[in-house]
Design a protein around this ligand. Structure first.
Ligand code: FES
Ligand code: FES
Length: 161
């Protein structure tokens, strides 16, 4: 179709080739073209964090990135992290601590929390709060989310040799 641009990228480790409109953002590409609906869309202007994904190892707001900007990149979504088991313990801690209610913020929270937990596990609550401060939750009041991340950090630290 006229005006479409070809892109080729890795999504959760699999090669994806597509033709997209230059204005299509990455969040909509993941959700609508690839049916990866775990990436949520809230504010659509970079504020709420619901659309957080990993691009080349770093978390980004996929509502602020165009799909064509992901040309050649490796993108990981919550489906990828969940299927690989990378966040299994964190997901279990969210369940155990009642850190989700409606669940709308949860994929973005998990992506952001795992980003921090990958960097370090000697975390205090202030550091966790700071890292998650760009992810909005309208339901939980945040305490349970901080609890879940703190629990996971402690458990992972305990597992280290
Ligand atoms: S939908 Fe992207 S930050 Fe809110
Ligand atoms: S659980 Fe509803 S927005 Fe966070």
């Amino acid at each position: 179709m006229k005006g479409l641009m070809p892109i080729s990228l890795l999504v959760n480790g699999e090669r994806v080739e597509a033709h997209v409109l230059p204005r299509l953002n990455l969040a909509d590409f993941l959700r609508e073209n690839l049916q990866l609906t775990g990436t949520h869309v809230g504010c659509e202007h970079g504020v709420c964090g619901a659309c957080t994904v990993r691009v080349n190892g770093d978390i980004v707001r996929s509502c602020l990135m165009l799909a064509v900007q992901a040309q050649g990149a490796s993108v990981q979504t919550i489906e990828g992290l969940s299927d690989s088991g990378e966040v299994a313990d964190l997901q279990a801690a969210f369940r155990d601590r009642n850190a989700l209610q409606c669940g709308y913020c949860t994929p973005g929270m998990l992506m952001a929390a795992q980003d921090l937990l990958k960097q370090r596990t000697d975390l205090d609550r202030a550091r966790i709060r700071e890292h998650l401060s760009g992810n909005y939750c309208r339901c939980t009041g945040y305490q349970a989310i901080i609890d879940a991340v703190e629990t996971t950090a402690r458990a992972r630290m305990g597992r280290k040799p």
